[in-house]
Each structure stands twice: as C-alpha cells, then as structure tokens.
Design a protein around this ligand. Sequence first.
Ligand code: SF4
Length: 473
Amino acid sequence: MSIDTSISLGTGQPYAYERRALVEPDWTRLPGWRDVTVEEWRSVQWQRAHCVKNVAQLRALWGDLVDERFYADLERDQRERATMSMLVPPQMMNTIAPHEVPRGPGSWTESVYADPVRAYMIPVLSDRRTDWPSHPYATRDSLHEHDMWVAEGLTHRYPTKVLAELLSTCPQYCGHCTRMDLVGNSTAAVDKLRFDLKPVDRHAAMLDYLRRTPSVRDVVVSGGDVANMPWARLESFLTQVLEIENVRDIRLASKALVGLPQHWLSDDVRAGMERVATAARARGVSLAIHTHANHAASVTPLVAEAARAMLEAGVRDVRNQGVLLDGVNADPHALLDLCFALLDGAGVMPYYFYMCDMIPDAEHWRVSVADAQRLQHHIMGYLPGFATPRIVCDVPFVGKRWVHQVAEYDRERGISSWTKNYRTSIEADDATALTRTYEYFDPIHTLPEAGQNWWRENAGGSPDEAQKPLRIS
Ligand code: SF4
C-alpha cells in the first residue's frame, strides 16, 4: 500500500473531515444469525457462547457466501502458521464485510479477503509473505517482557511503571498479538508458555512486589484481557492495589471494550466498576481503561455505549492503543477515520498506535519506521493536540519511543538505532545501558534491492534457513 498516494487532493485537503454516525451492522444478514434477537445480541452470555472458534463454525455462520478457497486458506494457516488460535466474538464478526448482504454463493469472498478486521482477526495463509514470513530477528517474546518479570507475570521495564499480566486469556484473539508466547491456547505452530503459579499466589506475589517497591506509581493491569477475569477476583486485586500508597495511576487493559462491549455493559461489571472508581477517586488515583481498536468499523454504537457506561461509572478516561498494521490501518485516512470515530462517536481518546512487534510470521503486517514516520506526519493537525495519537516503536530492551526519536537509521538495511534514558529491571549493573544503542528492524520486503540482498547474504540466504549471527555494524 502506498501511503503517499492514498492522499487525495480532490477536496482541497488531504483528509476531508466529516462527522459520521456510528453504525451497528445488521447481524441478521449473516446466515447463521438470521434469527438472533436484539436481547440475545446484547447478552454477554450469548456473545461468549457464540464466539467463532474454528473453521467449521465459520462455515456454519457464512455458509456458501464465501468460497471454499477461503476456508481452505484459513485451515492451512491454522495448521502451518497461526501463532494465535481462533476466537472471534459475534460483535467482532459482525464488523467484517459490514455492507454485504446475501447475494448468492461466493458473493462475499472478495469483501471478506479485503476486510481490515478480518485481516488481523482471521488471518489466512495467502495473507502472509512467502519471501520473508518472519524477520530473522523475530522472537516469541519480542519485547522481553518475560525476562523482566520481577514476579511471575509482573514486568518491570520502566522506572515508575509495571505491567501486571493477571491472566493469559482474552475474549478474542488477535492474529498479531505481541504476547503470542503466553496468551491464548497453543496452536499447531506455537506451544504456549504457561504460568507456573496458581492465580491467587501469582497475584499475591505481584502485590507483594508493589508494596515493597515505592518507586512504582503506575500499574497497567492487563493480561490477556481483564474482561476474562471473574469480576470479584479483579475487584479484589484492584482494591488491594488501591491500598498501596505509592500507586497513583491504574490502567485496565481490555480490548473487549471493542470486541465484546456487552461485558462492560453488564450490570454486575458496571456496579463493580463504580465501586472501584469511587475508591480510586477517594484516594486521588487515576483509573483508566485502555482499549484496542484498529479500524473505524469496530467502533459501533454498542462500543460507544460501553465506553460511556465506564465513564459514567467514574473511570477517568477510556483511551485507545491500536496497532499499526499493513492491510488494516497503515494509511492516513484509515487512521484518522478511526480516531474521529473514537473521539466523536465513542468518547474514547486516541492515544497510541504501536508499530507491530517483531514476532514470528508477522512480516505481512509490519511497516517500516520510515512509513510510520510518514503516517505520523500525515495525521498531524486534524485532531485536537491532546487526541492526536503518537505512533510508537516498542524497541526491544528500550520501550516505547516516538517514531521520530530514532537516533540513527540505515534505510538500506532497515536497521534503526535507538537510545534510552533509564535502566530496565535487568540492567541495574549494566554500565553501558544508557550509552549504547538498541536496534529495531524494518520488514525486509520493504527495503531497496541492495538491502534485501544484504539480508539474503547475512541471514542465511533463505528465510527458512536457521538464523545465524548477523554482522550489523
Ligand atoms: S486482546 Fe490483546 S492480549 Fe488479547 S490477543 Fe488481542 S492483542 Fe493479544
């Protein structure tokens, strides 16, 4: 996709803002759900019970509106490449090919192949690159979160913030998940890491670390997705975190606000959130929800209702952290449409777009740092400054850097170098941690021919050969 040529000058502005009403696509257009009532659709139990988990269920839902070639493509991907198992709630399924109505056998095939939500929630083999499906430096835990665990599931990477992975499941599984090492069920290609401790012991160890580490003021409570944690257990954990004097910020990570808004709209969750938010306010702690929408099609009236319900319950802010993905949103119009849908339609603050991390089999989704910089440039000036998302590169052993913060950039070989101004929890005695540079790598297929040749010569000649140590400098 060419980022620059996607800008049309027809309207006098590269992007023409237009206030758009959110739309809930009609789920009864899907053959398998033609009799589903509004009451069922709004029920979180119904949604969870009717998630699409395999090809047979997808076939039962779409039937012959989609050609067999698509189902075969998906089956092969599941057998050979998928790093995440399939799990798509009805709410998300309904945002795929939202304008299609049944028009006969095969009539949805091309729309489904081209659909941005499908492209990351239901990846197929033909989506993936065959030249360099994985970068030679791709790793299962590309951000080294596990290496920085100070208690099981508790990553201490930045000086004042921690990430608490309370659980390893989500109500939906995204094909590009950066925590593919840990999150979800094992797939044919990936045997997942498992927590050793029982949840109660793991959470106790996390709380213990927070109590004895006063330098931590900010806790990202994540997973997986906190929407999969029984509310009583989540509330108990949050209540104990709120009792720790040094904690000033708590952010709950839940893509389910977008993928399964019915969860956040259920009466027990709303009432529970009100209790937690009231306690947070009383203690002067900022409680926020961070969600994950990658395309405007996902922002429907039900999503807006769930976001409003959380704000009414007393959550200070609902923010979006999307992932920049080729074939989904790596285009200035798609990013701005999404940001305006979030901000105008749902009261959700656009916050970050992460570059897709260097995990295996993700090269077809990744974009180069240069393209990320161009995208950041193209989206400036349309949104209020406080709602203009930063596009960030999560550099291994460094953390989030704005894409223009790159220290050096070899565009031919696609090697960017980054610096940092703090030590991670594993570098206390590392004398050069703050003076050396750390590398991030562009997808090889985006490089000029000379750069691609360099990687062929230095990374084993073919993508299937084992990685050998590279002479980078
Ligand atoms: S919701 Fe988040 S943690 Fe869960 S699969 Fe998607 S990206 Fe991964």
